[in-house]
Design a protein around this ligand. Sequence first.
Ligand SMILES: Nc1ncnc2c1ncn2[C@@H]1O[C@H](COP(=O)(O)OP(=O)(O)OP(=O)(O)O)[C@@H](O)[C@H]1O
Length: 379
Amino acid sequence: MFLKSLHLRHFRNYSEQSVTFAAPKTILVGDNAQGKSNLLEAVEWLATLQSHRTHRDRDLIQQGHESAQIEATLERQGVPLDLAVSLRPSSGRVLRVNGCTVKRTADFLGQLNAVEFSCLDLELVRGTPAIRRNWLDRILLQLEPLYSQLLQTYQKALRQRNALLKQAGSQGWDEALWQAWNQQLVINGTRIIRRRQRLIERLAPLAQDWHRVLSGDRETLTLSYESHVPLGDGTSEAIVAAFSEALATRRAIEFLQKTSLVGPHRDDVGFCLNAQSARQFASQGQQRTLVLALKLAELALVESVVGDTPLLLLDDVLAELDLQRQGILLEVMGDRYQTLMTTTHLAPFAAPWRQQAQILKVTAGTIASVSDTAAQTSD
Ligand SMILES: Nc1ncnc2c1ncn2[C@@H]1O[C@H](COP(=O)(O)OP(=O)(O)OP(=O)(O)O)[C@@H](O)[C@H]1O
């Protein structure tokens, strides 16, 4: 898969900007707060219809404007493909594939695949469970576009159920409606749990292998999906039964706390190094190694499932890695994956590597092509 060009209009700090990608590797260099991450965010948005930096479309639109557009031309297995999105909070999103408007997000997702690795991902180990759930969900959205509908249906059931819990204790309690939302929560929640659990099972051996390489065979990484619902033998029937039972058991406490306490919206992912919780014991260096192993696993999994090489988006991460890990990452990338990476300095990139890359200078929402020497001089 190759992203040939990108056009941004009123997206973040870009007023109107076209970029043509001319090499498998593109380095976006510039000072802080110039728009480097914003450009990667636009590509991430085309891949997942989400940003890991914000949940609100409004934030993506340039201040003082009503709408933003992202347009991309790519080549997928030799076939050209045009993608376009228009974000307008007042009237919603418009998604187009090859000039035709698509109604379902599932028809847009999966057209462009990308694996993003940013310094925010370093939070995957120590951050909140929501960060790890979002990570799984973003991968699933690319592997299985219909997952977006499943998430939406689940979130709707959760919102309705929480609204009912807020009314609990008042007159006119509607038990039938409560049971109906419980059923929706259990059916869709079970589907989500099973998909996430299967994803972990597929990522685990890949991440384990990478981790072994990165840690010089010193540590063994294990991944587990930590659900509030006992998974039993992992079948739908077993999870549905356990989920229903957990809801019945926790009914009193949910009524007291007025919120839903059981379901995939509360689940987590566990990482262990040599059987010890990475969240509690991993050093900064071990966390970086672990996250790099996860990202390399993600890259391999997306590639094997979609049958094409995803784009790799590296947002300011090379500086976070030591020379050995940088070397491994750059070697894996080779020319196999089209890679867009941001940096404030070109120094960490070896000279031969820089010479092969397209270097773009980002300054206050404008992008200019520069030679290696020119970028170095102004660096
Ligand atoms: N909706 C918006 N409208 C206008 N400007 C915005 C909007 N959202 C973000 N910005 C601006 O974009 C800039 C941040 O860009 P970005 O996050 O891409 O930085 P960066 O170049 O990657 O820098 P760093 O190296 O610090 O990560 C800031 O100046 C911010 O004010």
